[in-house]
Write a protein that binds this ligand. Structure first.
Ligand code: ACO
Length: 320
């Protein structure tokens, strides 16, 4: 299988910060409940002029700049999202238009909920393999605040807006492994589209049970893939999990028996940004100097669908 690597990454969040105390003025909740059950202390919500598309454009522009490649060399644009501004045109198409990206390439959105960015990387890999160009733009972006029932305290305190974009490069030699799966059904988590279920609903406990099964399974399955390279978790520089709940990530760490500092967490200040959470975390790691050229990564997520996925991939740093 042809490999890919991440050349650059850039994250974004809206300007309005919403603390747990702010949420307690909207629904009957309190900072202590939210912090102890989830690890979340604040999140960002879009205001006028900010949206999934506007954030996707800004993050993509920055990721392209950091990559050092010419936009003419982009061979696909994929956005993982469940909260695009329109059902159509896709977020990816509006990014293409705004940034003047090539026309002779596939441009589409992917819906795999919180596993979306992982799925989008894998779709991007496949499209680059089948196409003539070397680079792809893969985005994970959400504006979930407009899809939350702000009277339902069991869901509205958990989510936030934001995400990021990555430029990927196809490379025959690159380390790349993928594990994807789904168990279709709307019983555990569901978001309708224009009907009376058009806000996020979920069975929190069932999602929790699913998550602590799915993420360790993805990591184990990735490590077990036989591609001629012998790789253990100690060879991996960062494991970036979907940021839904601090306690879920703690379970994954405990099962792995690895150093907890290898498992990045930033949901304390972003909440769950669904498909946006992994690129947002990667961008923070990069900006703080912790994500370095040549680092080996495991990215792993779970989401509504139900879906799950993980990739083993390396970070290249820009060409500039
Ligand atoms: N503030 C105060 N009290 C609350 C709140 C709140 N925001 N929300 C619920 N409660 C109450 C409940 O009503 C319940 O009260 P009761 O005992 O009187 O009935 C009590 O707190 C305990 O509620 P539980 O649901 O049992 O709390 P739990 O410990 O399971 O935590 C949580 C809930 C945080 C949602 C947890 O189950 C979780 O994180 N699950 C995973 C959710 C997730 O990751 N979703 C990601 C979306 S991806 C997808 O959807 C597939």
């Amino acid at each position: 299988m042809q490999g890919i690597k991440i050349l650059s990454v850039a994250g974004i969040h809206p300007s309005k910060k919403v603390t747990n105390d702010d949420m307690s003025r909207i629904v009957e909740t309190d900072d202590e409940w939210i912090r102890t059950r989830t690890g979340i202390q604040s999140r960002y919500f879009c205001e006028d002029g900010e949206s999934c598309v506007s954030m996707a454009i800004e993050a993509s522009s920055k990721a392209l700049e950091r990559s050092g490649i010419s936009k003419e060399d982009i061979g696909c644009v994929i956005c993982a999202t469940i909260s695009g501004d329109y059902a159509t045109p896709s977020v990816a198409c509006l990014v293409q238009q705004a940034l003047g990206l090539p026309e002779d390439i596939p441009v589409l959105d992917v819906n795999a909920a919180c596993s979306g960015f992982i799925y989008a990387l894998c779709v991007g890999r496949g499209l680059l393999e089948g196409g003539g160009k070397k680079y792809g733009l893969v985005i994970g972006m959400e504006q979930l605040s407009r899809l939350l029932d702000m009277t339902d305290r069991t869901t509205c305190v958990l989510f936030g807006d934001g995400g990021g974009a990555a430029v990927i490069e196809k490379d025959e030699e690159a380390l790349f492994r993928q594990v994807l799966g789904a168990r279709g059904g709307k019983e555990i988590s569901c978001l309708g589209a224009g009907n009376d279920e058009s806000f996020v609903q979920m069975d929190g406990k069932a999602v929790f049970r699913f998550a602590v099964w799915a993420m360790p399974k993805c990591i184990d399955d990735l490590l077990a893939i036989n591609d001629g390279n012998s790789i253990t978790l100690s060879d991996i520089d960062h494991v970036v999990c979907h940021q839904a709940n601090s306690r879920i990530i703690d379970h994954v760490v405990k099962k792995s028996k690895e150093d907890p500092s290898k498992f990045y967490k930033n949901l304390d200040h972003f909440g769950n940004t669904s498909a946006g959470s992994i690129p947002l975390a990667l961008s923070e790691l990069y900006e703080s100097g912790q994500l370095k050229k040549g680092n080996k990564l495991i990215l792993v997520g779970f989401g509504a669908g139900l879906t799950w996925g993980g990739v083993m991939i390396s970070f290249e740093g820009g060409k500039a």
